[in-house]
Design a protein around this ligand. Structure first.
Ligand code: MN
Length: 203
């Protein structure tokens, strides 16, 4: 099982980090040890002083596919949730400055908590999926899938040209604006269409 993450997929987030608008999807991967199950705590890593949350819609791949056409892509994922792409922003800044890979900053253990998955056919409107995260009871991030630069189908099709997607793989689809730091003792709640899909503590 692997985790694919899409970067720079919402305009307002690209602006807040002052990054360039991508011409095609940008992706990186996290290992299976990054996964944290719903309602399990996140342990703040000792190698960073600036861990940021990025709240993202997460697709689960339902069947193996390689070089999937955009027109067929929706058959390859069937459930969705909200997750956090935890990022050691201090390490990421150093990696970017030196042109080094991001793994240290992005792919560490426990860097990918997810909520409970929901079937697409249970959603109110699969074309505009509202999601968000509350930090200590206040909205920290809210987004909607209608604002994606690259659609779910585009992303799944694009990634599968390079990397075979297998049943059980997860695709984090990018964060909207409002990323920020977490601290030990914080309580995080993930919401999909108004329903809480995970609540956990930073320890
Ligand atoms: Mn992200």
């Amino acid at each position: 099982m692997k985790i694919i993450c899409i970067g720079r997929n919402y305009l307002a987030h690209i602006a807040e980090l002052d990054r360039e608008l991508p011409k095609e999807p940008l992706f990186f991967m996290k290992p299976a040890t990054a996964l944290v199950l719903p309602d399990e705590p996140f342990h703040y890593p000792d190698f960073s002083e600036e861990v940021h949350y990025e709240t993202e819609l997460v697709l689960r791949i339902g069947q193996t596919g390689h070089a999937i056409g955009e027109g067929e892509a929706s058959r390859y994922y069937d459930t969705i949730t909200v997750g956090i792409d935890f990022t050691a922003r201090d390490l990421q800044r150093r990696c970017i400055e030196k042109g080094h890979p991001w793994e240290r900053a992005k792919s560490f253990d426990q860097s990918a908590p997810v909520g409970v998955f929901k079937d697409f056919d249970q959603l109110k409107d699969p074309r505009q999926i509202a999601f968000g995260m509350q930090l200590n009871g206040q909205w920290a991030q809210q987004g909607n899938s209608r604002d994606l630069i690259f659609s779910f189908d585009r992303v799944v099709s694009y990634v599968s040209r390079y990397v075979t997607l297998e049943a059980g793989d997860l695709v984090f689809t990018g964060t909207p604006q409002g990323v920020g730091p977490v601290h030990v003792g914080d309580r995080m709640e993930l919401f999909l269409e108004g329903e809480r899909v995970s609540v956990f503590e930073v320890r």
